[in-house]
Design a protein around this ligand. Structure first.
Ligand code: PEP
Ligand code: MG
Length: 329
């Protein structure tokens, strides 16, 4: 089994009909690039930078400390893309109490709908510019992509672009090097999926965060056991948002990946391939099982099954039948 997994690591993820599929890793700290490379990841699709900010007894990481962490990840990946997401604090990922109080955000009515993620960053401009400078500085050492969490408004992208212009000017003035950095947004609020053609005009790529997209589409707290049975990736509304987001991004010639849990669950690999997805980002341990699915998939045949699934009143059951009949073993 070990030998088989080792062989699989070096096998490119190419479907039976010759489509090359990127299998990227989700990481929390730079050290996670080790397991990612061991698993055969061809990039980092999601570096959850908030983990550098959590559990620090009230102190936030300095620009230099962040830069060192991003550079370590970028260098470890040796030219492969590293997608760094700006801090996604709030809700299920709280800063510790002291940092939150210092930043005057102690009265949170509903953390998952409050001042979190990009909203928090835009409310803390000097902290945000430090993070942007650290990310841009790391881009001098490899292939960096910048990803914004929880975007729901065009104005958020515009504000970030202004901040980026300012940060680049500061780096130019200080004689500090940086590379080309593509800008992308998470699609994890239904509003973003529903206005995607507008967002796509302003970004280079999107990454679909199914964990939050399901939570906000179905109004189901992703961490609440009492409603866990209603947290349904097969819900027709979720499938429609997924399918339309993937096809609109592709039609616009923009990169699209899925980085929520669905991307790492082999149960959904055929579905996502059929929808046209060619970049999956997941926990490194999930890469081998998803790759095995990819190696046995014919995306043309899977695509033919998608309309029936989207029209079905029981998409989960229809998908199992329709996709299984398209899969070659
Ligand atoms: C998601 O929401 O699907 C996602 C990948 O981000 P996180 O799980 O960090 O919220
Ligand atoms: Mg999310």
């Amino acid at each position: 089994e070990r030998a088989r997994l080792a062989r699989l690591r070096h096998t490119p993820a190419i479907t039976l009909d010759g489509q090359r599929i990127e299998l990227h890793a989700n990481i929390e700290l730079p050290g996670d690039t080790g397991p990612a490379l061991d698993a055969g990841a061809t990039g980092v699709g999601l570096f959850r930078s908030e983990f550098l900010f959590m559990n620090r007894n009230g102190e936030l990481p300095s620009e230099d400390e962040q830069f060192e962490a991003y550079r370590a990840a970028v260098e470890a990946m040796r030219g492969m893309p590293v997608t760094i997401r700006t801090v996604d604090v709030g809700a299920d990922k709280p800063l510790d109490r002291m940092s939150v109080n210092e930043l005057r955000h102690e009265h949170v009515l509903n953390p998952s709908m409050g001042l979190r993620a990009i909203r928090w960053s835009l409310a803390e401009p000097s902290m945000f510019r430090q993070q942007l400078r650290a990310i841009y500085r790391a881009s001098a050492f490899g292939h960096v992509k910048l990803l914004l969490p929880m975007v729901a408004h065009l104005s958020e992208i515009r504000q970030v672009q202004d901040a980026i212009r300012r940060v680049k000017q500061q780096l130019d003035d200080a004689g500090q090097a940086y590379g080309l950095v593509e800008l992308g947004v998470m699609v994890e609020v239904p509003a973003a999926a529903l206005m995607l053609p507008l967002l796509l005009r302003h970004v280079d790529f999107i990454s679909i965060g199914t964990n939050d997209l399901i939570q906000y589409t179905l109004a189901i707290d992703r961490a609440d056991e009492a409603v866990a049975h209603l947290y349904d990736p097969w819900h027709p509304a979720v499938l429609h948002l997924l399918a339309s987001s993937i096809s609109q991004a592709r039609a616009a010639g923009k990169g699209v990946s899925v980085c929520g849990e669905m991307a790492g669950d082999a149960l959904f690999t055929d579905l996502l391939l059929g929808m046209g997805l060619n970049c999956f980002s997941m926990h490194p341990s999930q890469i081998p099982s998803v790759k095995q699915r990819v190696l046995r998939a014919d995306t043309q045949r899977l695509a033919a099954a998608i309309p029936r699934i989207l029209e079905s009143e029981e998409p989960g059951r229809t998908a199992l039948e329709a996709l299984a009949s398209q899969r070659l073993h």
